[in-house]
Design a protein around this ligand. Structure first.
Ligand code: PAF
Length: 266
């Protein structure tokens, strides 16, 4: 696997390669969920590029940014074993050469006011800026993203529309531990007991009401529930709890760690 630290070096290397490029943007601390994206890209594309960059502009909570797990040596080992061709590991200056103020603004509309948008102001603008810049650097034919970040996929779909990008956005299913817990880099900040308590999320999707789901989360040690919502899977607008089909989305804190998950209810 080749590693590049700058987009100039990455671009000139890729220029001489023909064929399809599958791109998996990540913030590192890789787990099976990320590796499933690499495998999906490998199955469809001639070159697979992964980026590892903890993007400062998408963190609305400075302590979440500081505590974000960093495991670069292990990430590179996992990517090599999974058959990734190229890893791009830039420093902040490479993606933000003019600094992190006065960044472009994407007219995302309602999508960024709902759910994560309401609880993490500015988060999706930061995601759009960095993904747009990463796409300029990599120029992939296919972009792979995981459904655990369900709203992020909807936002990126909208951003691709706004920027008139013709990249193929490929959504891949959430990868879960055998217990049902959705894989997340933030899980590494949970104790064994908190990981067990966190199963209340997976077990809660079939709750009779949003209030029952929230109470079960609190009863299992979650200190704050940001939202439990039944939504239209496309617009993410709220729907009555028992309407089907719908997407149930949840965000809650346990041990100071914010977890998100979602499930399609046919
Ligand atoms: O999902 C993530 O890890 C990040 O939001 C992404 C897409 C890599 C942008 O920084």
């Amino acid at each position: 696997m080749k590693q590049f630290l700058t987009q100039d070096a990455l671009k000139s290397y890729l220029q001489n390669k023909g064929g399809s490029i599958g791109f998996v943007p990540t913030m590192g601390a890789l787990h099976e969920g990320h590796l499933a994206l690499i495998k999906a890209a490998k199955a469809q594309c001639e070159q697979v590029v992964c980026s590892i960059f903890v993007n400062p502009t998408q963190f609305n909570d400075p302590s979440d940014f500081e505590k974000y797990p960093k495991t670069l040596a292990n990430d590179i080992k996992l990517l090599t074993e999974t058959g990734c061709d190229i890893v791009y590991t830039p420093e902040v200056d490479d993606l933000y050469p003019s600094g992190m103020k006065n960044l472009p603004h994407y007219p995302l509309g309602r999508l960024e006011e709902l759910l994560e948008g309401a609880h993490r102001p500015g988060h999706f603008q930061g995601v759009c800026v960095v993904v747009d810049r990463l796409l300029q650097a990599v120029q992939p034919s296919h972009l792979y993203m995981g459904q655990k970040d369900f709203q992020q996929i909807a936002i990126i779909r909208k951003m691709l529309e706004i920027t008139k990008s013709n990249v193929n956005l490929i959504e891949c299913p959430t990868v879960r531990e055998s217990s049902g817990l959705a894989m997340s880099s933030r899980n590494s900040r949970l104790s064994a007991e908190q990981k067990t308590q966190a199963l209340a999320i997976f077990q809660g999707f079939n709750s009779p009401s949003a209030a029952a789901f929230e109470s079960a989360l609190v009863a299992n040690g979650f200190e704050t529930v940001d939202y439990v919502a039944c939504c239209d899977p496309i617009t993410l607008e709220n729907k009555p709890w028992d309407e089907r089909p719908c997407q149930i989305l949840v965000a809650a804190f346990i041990g100071g760690v914010r977890l998100i998950d979602n499930q399609f209810m046919p």
